[in-house]
Design a protein around this ligand. Structure first.
Ligand SMILES: [Zn+2]
Length: 285
């Protein structure tokens, strides 16, 4: 294993997505090395870094596939999946566990890299005829040499919605993440509009009806390949009756009495913070 290198990559990044690099082979750049869905990082003073390298071999790894992700601050940015152990001083960590130590711009590029690695490893064979696929020249696609089937990176849209009732926001606790309360979210079904999905998810999970949802913002979310589309909506009718297979409990919370909520990197938190900014009571006097 190579000793942990001095040159690392972190902090602000100007990122340009690309299919192929304009740099000569062997040009070093930020390298996102995944083992499963865990990222190789080194944490220094509460800040995570990824290695700068020309390829996984220079870090001592054998990687069957190296994907070009884009241009980051003028350097080629690559992603690879490996099976070995981390070099001394480095370790593999799930992206979710790196929320607090991975700067947001780096988190976004890491998420993009993870989605591409995940797409590549689940499309090595044609889904139609089973023949091994190959990268398609000039496109972010895998093609089947036998039947011509093309596989593009999969992105699954999901909605996330902050429902308010006067000066309260509806938050719920999920079986999957019982330590914090958050807003309602769910995947869009085939044939469904985003707005229809918002109405359906809120109805299915909490039993309440909402007024017409309003678009708020969106966020790519690599767990495993979502695009979170956020809305706000007002309560219209009904009382909270949580769907017990998904939710533990739900309730209406005032801005100055919130329970534990998701990390700042999440769009859920941005929805909650926007609610708090709009509803925080002025301090007395
Ligand atoms: Zn095929």
């Amino acid at each position: 294993m190579v000793e942990a290198r001095a040159s690392c990559y972190c902090a602000d990044v100007r990122f340009q997505p690309e299919i192929a690099s304009r740099h000569p082979p062997g040009t070093p750049g930020p390298l996102f090395v995944f083992k499963g869905s865990d990222l190789l990082v080194r944490v220094n003073d509460g800040l995570a870094e990824v290695p700068v390298a020309a390829d996984p071999a220079s870090l001592g790894f054998t990687a069957p596939v190296v994907l070009h992700v884009g241009n980051a601050d003028g350097a080629p940015c690559r992603a690879a999946e490996i099976a070995g152990d981390a070099p001394d001083g480095w370790n593999f960590a799930g992206l979710r566990s790196l929320f607090s130590v991975l700067p947001e711009p780096l988190f976004r590029v890491a998420g993009r890299a993870l989605m591409l690695v995940e797409w590549e490893r689940t499309n090595r064979f044609c889904g139609r005829c089973g023949t091994p696929t190959r990268a398609k020249e000039g496109e972010r696609a895998r093609e089947c040499p036998a039947c011509g089937e093309l596989a593009y990176p999969k992105i699954s849209p999901a909605i996330i919605v902050a429902v308010t009732r006067g000066d309260r926001i509806m938050l719920a606790r999920h079986h999957r993440f019982p330590q914090r309360f958050t807003v309602i979210a769910g995947y869009v079904e085939p044939g469904e509009t985003l707005e229809e999905c918002v109405h359906r998810e809120v109805r299915e999970e909490t039993g309440i009806e909402i007024c017409e949802p309003r678009y708020f913002a969106n966020q790519p979310w690599p767990f495993p390949h979502s695009l979170m589309v956020a809305f706000t909506a007002e309560h219209l009718s009904g009382e909270i009756r949580v769907e017990p297979s998904e939710l533990i409990e739900g309730g209406w919370f005032a801005a100055d009495a919130l329970p534990t909520v998701p990390d700042k990197v999440t769009i859920a938190r941005r929805l909650i913070d926007a609610f708090v900014a709009a509803h925080r009571r002025s301090p007395p006097g």
